[in-house]
Write a protein that binds this ligand. Structure first.
Ligand code: IMP
Ligand code: MG
Length: 178
């Protein structure tokens, strides 16, 4: 399994340091506000689990599942809600937590959708960003790392539903795509 990884881009330690830094900033920025953290399934699952445990202010947690990629490595641009929030977010301060922003199409759709529900504020936190690939403009307030335009897996991020359990973020070997 690890043999399918060409290069470890972000080690466990490097990710943990960044998670702590982001969580501290989030705890300061949202202090005294009704915060709901929304993890975007399935990719952000590992990141959000680590992140919330370092946030020191009260929060609620919910998840949404949206489809943007099939089993291919190219964004389809088609966004569909597969699992919605359990409750109303009217008046809440929403922090959307994503694993990786590529074209931005998924989050651009999602934030518009959440805005229409009357949230007081919507901010985005992503572990990874591929800025070169952006097609839709989005404001990202909390960002872990900019990465090159390479297909990565691990720390929640998959290729065809595999590799999510790797504790680091790595670049997948081309052979593993076939
Ligand atoms: P976007 O709509 O193009 O920004 O798509 C973002 C989503 O595509 C992420 O949440 C991931 O699920 C997926 N994605 C983008 N780049 C990668 C990658 O390098 N590896 C695995 N999934 C990726
Ligand atoms: Mg995703």
């Amino acid at each position: 399994m690890y043999n399918d990884v060409k290069e470890v881009l972000l080690s466990e330690e490097k990710i943990a340091d960044k998670v702590l830094e982001l969580a501290k900033q989030i705890s300061e920025d949202f202090a005294g506000k009704p915060l709901i953290v929304i993890g975007v399934l399935k990719g952000a699952n590992v990141f959000v689990a680590d992140l919330i445990r370092k946030i020191s202010i009260p929060l609620e947690l919910d998840f949404m599942a949206i489809s943007s990629y099939g089993t291919s490595t190219q964004s389809s641009g088609i966004v569909k809600i597969l699992k919605d929030l359990d409750k109303d977010i009217k008046g809440m301060y929403v922090l959307v937590v994503e694993d990786i922003i590529d074209t931005g199409l998924t989050l651009s759709y999602l934030t518009e959708n959440l805005r229409s529900r009357g949230a007081e504020a919507i901010e985005i936190c992503t572990l990874l960003d591929k800025p070169e690939r952006r097609k839709a403009h989005i404001d990202v307030k909390y960002k872990g790392f900019d990465i090159p335009d390479e297909f990565v897996v691990g720390y929640g991020i998959d290729y065809a539903e595999k590799y999510r359990h790797l504790p680091f973020v790595g670049i997948l070997k081309e052979e593993a795509y076939q």
